[in-house]
Design a protein around this ligand. Sequence first.
Ligand code: ZN
Length: 147
Amino acid sequence: MRVRRSAYSKKEKKKLKKRKYKKSLADNRRFVSHPLFGEIPMIEKTTIGFNGKKNKTWGYDPDYKPKLPKNAVAGNIREQMFCHMCHTPKYFYVDIERECVQCNQLFVFSAKEQKYWYETLKFNFHSSAIRCVSCRRKQRSDKSANG
Ligand SMILES: [Zn+2]
């Protein structure tokens, strides 16, 4: 009669393996705290440099889905052009109230508009609306009148 060497059954072993995996994942996890998006999970990425050396970097998890505040529009960070060093991806957009640099009127840079700017037009995060809609329209028509 063979004696079972392991104290664990197959099922238990599987469970243990799973737990181990989970733990190692947790050990490798990093988060970045953001006032709007909460704890953003970071994922480790390996890039290969010019010299063929492997570099490990951390990138924002594109599948992270923070809870959307009321009236927010979900962002798709895969469509956004931004520098990981200077900016945080826009996981969602909320209306932003601004003062127009031209007429000093308050205007709303809406969540929908922001999504259009950063995901459809692929504007860099450095660009942002600084003029109200009517001043923008005026500026555009002035430009076309001049050129
Ligand atoms: Zn204005």
